[in-house]
Design a protein around this ligand. Structure first.
Ligand code: HEM
Length: 152
C-alpha cells in the first residue's frame, strides 16, 4: 500500500478519534469537569479539522474514488454517501456554532447546541466509517478520478 492509498484509512481514523473524543468530552461535562471538557472537545474539533484537511487535499490533488461494487447497489450507495456528506456539512456548521457559544460563555445555549452537535457528529462518524468499509474493504477496486486529472 502506498502513502496515497493509506490516506482514506488515515482520514477515516481521524473521524473515529474525533467522535470518541466528543463522547468522552460529553461524559466529562456531565461529571461537571469543565476544564477537562474544554480540552477534550477542542482536541475532538482538531481531529475533525485534520480529517477535513486530509479529505480536501486528497479530493483536490488525487481525486475521489468511484463505486467499485455491484451496479445494483450503486444508487443505494450514492444516496447513503449524499446523506453522510450532508450530515458532515451540518455537523461542521453546528460544531462552529457550539464552539463560538462556548468561547462567548453563552453556556445555556452552548449546552443545547452541544447536545445536537454531538449526536449529529456521532451519526456522521458511523456513516463515514461505513462509506470507508464499503468503498475500500468490502468492494475495493473503484477508480480514483482526479479533479485536476479530469480538467487537464
Ligand atoms: C465542539 C465542541 C464542543 C461540544 C460538542 C460540546 C458539547 C457540550 C454538551 C453536549 C454539553 C451539555 C452536556 C449535558 O448537559 O448533557 C456541554 C456543556 C458545556 N460545555 Fe461544551 N462542548 C464543546 C466545547 C466546549 C468548549 C470549548 C468549552 C469551554 C470553553 C465548553 C464548555 C462547556 C460548559 C461550561 C458546559 C456546561 C454548561 C452548563 O451546564 O450550563 N464546551 N458542552
Amino acid at each position: 500500500m502506498s502513502g496515497y492509498d493509506a490516506l482514506p484509512a488515515i482520514s477515516t481514523s481521524f473521524i473515529a478519534i474525533s467522535a470518541i473524543l466528543v463522547a468522552i468530552g460529553w461524559r466529562l461535562i456531565v461529571q461537571k469537569k469543565r476544564e477537562a471538557h474544554r480540552k477534550v472537545m477542542l482536541a475532538g474539533a482538531a481531529a475533525a479539522l485534520i480529517f477535513f484537511l486530509i479529505y480536501l487535499s486528497r479530493t483536490v490533488f488525487i481525486g475521489n474514488t468511484e463505486w467499485g461494487g455491484p451496479d445494483s447497489l450503486k444508487t443505494v450507495y450514492l444516496i447513503f454517501l449524499l446523506f453522510h456528506i450532508v450530515l458532515a456539512a451540518v455537523a461542521a456548521v453546528f460544531g462552529i456554532t457550539t464552539l463560538t457559544l462556548a468561547f462567548r460563555e453563552k453556556f445555556a445555549r452552548h449546552r443545547r447546541w452541544g447536545r445536537v452537535t454531538a449526536v449529529i457528529w456521532f451519526i456522521t462518524a458511523v456513516t463515514g466509517i461505513t462509506v470507508y468499509v464499503l468503498l475500500y474493504l468490502l468492494y475495493p477496486g473503484g477508480h480514483t478520478k482526479g479533479l485536476f486529472g479530469a480538467i487537464f
